[in-house]
Design a protein. Structure first.
Length: 123
């Protein structure tokens, strides 16, 4: 864990992002994303899968957002998860509703995510 440092919105960041993965999204997962929601536009689907959580141990699964352009403020996003084996499924998760103190920057993760909110995670 890194030393806390203040952010521009008055919050304090203490963790680093996990960033595990760097796996290429498979064609099967791309097809599953399109099947999950017919509003998906292919050019907004990510190419690389990278964990968006704070650093964590191997008992916690990695989570990567694969599509975040669904219409509507409360529509959530499409995510995948994995641990030792590459991801094989995608699912729609609602957005985390927490906001940072100060300017109210929203968390960029899903509801009930493990670990810290994105504004608490450093670089």
């Amino acid at each position: 864990m890194t030393e806390p440092h203040p952010d521009d919105d008055g919050s304090t960041r203490t963790d680093r992002f996990c960033e595990a993965g760097y796996l290429l999204l498979t064609e099967n997962l791309r097809n599953d994303i399109r099947k999950l929601d017919d509003r998906v536009t292919p050019y907004h689907v990510v190419d690389e899968i990278i964990c968006h959580l704070a650093e964590h141990d191997d008992t916690v699964d990695h989570f990567a957002i694969v599509y975040d352009h669904l219409p509507g403020h409360d529509s959530g996003a499409i995510w995948t998860r994995w641990n030792q084996d590459p991801p094989t499924t995608v699912f729609l998760l609602p957005d985390c509703t927490s906001c940072s103190p100060g300017i109210g920057k929203p968390c960029g993760l899903f509801a009930a995510h493990p670990g810290n909110h994105t504004w608490e995670i450093g670089g």
